[in-house]
Design a protein. Sequence first.
Length: 358
Amino acid sequence: MYIIFVSLALVGTQLIEEIFSQAVRFAVTNWRTGVTFEQMLNGLACPGDLSRELLPAIEHELNKRNCSGAEVRAFAWSQPFLKLEAVFQPSELPDTPINFCPVPDAEGTVLARVSAIACLAIINSASVSYGSENGGDLFVNLVVFPPGRGKFTEKSADKMTGHTDGVTFPLRGYSDPVNERIAPSPDFVCLSALRNPNEVPTTVMPLERLMERLSSEHIKELQKPQYIIGSQLTFRDGMVEILGDELEVDDAQLIFPMNGSWWIRFSHSTTQIAEIGQKSAQEAMDALKKACAECVIAVPLQPGDIALVNNRIALHGRSAPGKEFGGQTRWLLRTYGLDVSDLAPGQWHEGSTFMLYP
Ligand SMILES: O=C(O)CCC(=O)C(=O)O
Ligand SMILES: [Fe+2]
């Protein structure tokens, strides 16, 4: 009985991902036939308007498949990640770029971006960026950098241990203790795959699995404001420019009870205990790291796939892409999704429809 239940649940998961992917593919492909390349680029400049334009068609495609936006939404918010296969056609791509920005304008990258905005729109998430990261571009290339750019080169070729993105920003519903303008971290990390010849996986560590491996003592410790979280590399220069200094959170708690479940903010590489010698705080964090190592799910993305990683109930990372750059090497695009309905006007950069502060 149990086995039957599990396998049905699994089929259900794959089915809804398949329907979601198809609905977006059909809606965007159809929309593409009625616009010029120029009009597509204009759409990307105003993701909110583009979402409103695409939503009815996606809803219609979902309905045709006995599904609805509400179902997809509820599903996405309950899962550590969704892997949507073959959402778009990665056509006419130039060589893989060698920097975060700009994303080159080609048919395949525009479709990847429009499709990402569409996927996020259906799950009630605005497509957003932070002004302090990569100049605030809505989409960035995740690629390997050539030698000569120090830490950026090194990190670009390396594996990434588990983290939430925008880790120094508060969870949605909370404020930064010092500066209320600081917007929340994203609800979703959206990765669109353009190239991945070696099938280097993105990795996901579901929080539910991590919690099962932690003692109640560890769980108590991880909720105490006794950790320091430093900025992730990509935000450092931008924060100095906008805030005058790197944002560091001094009294951070790492896990938060949330409606009978949990949310997390954490980064292996930028989190420390606040007071040296706090043995219980260190042990709890070590236990969390050990749990992460035991719960890694590999999610290799194929060109045309889009992954939506839930940044509240999962950590993510990746295996090492290796040092080869440019040409036909690994190329993902990243943007963020956030429910922006409760944001204050000051949490946006003035004059932008998608760039959050800082
Ligand atoms: O390259 C990947 O698969 C994920 C990268 C990532 O998590 C990041 O750049 O923050
Ligand atoms: Fe990340």
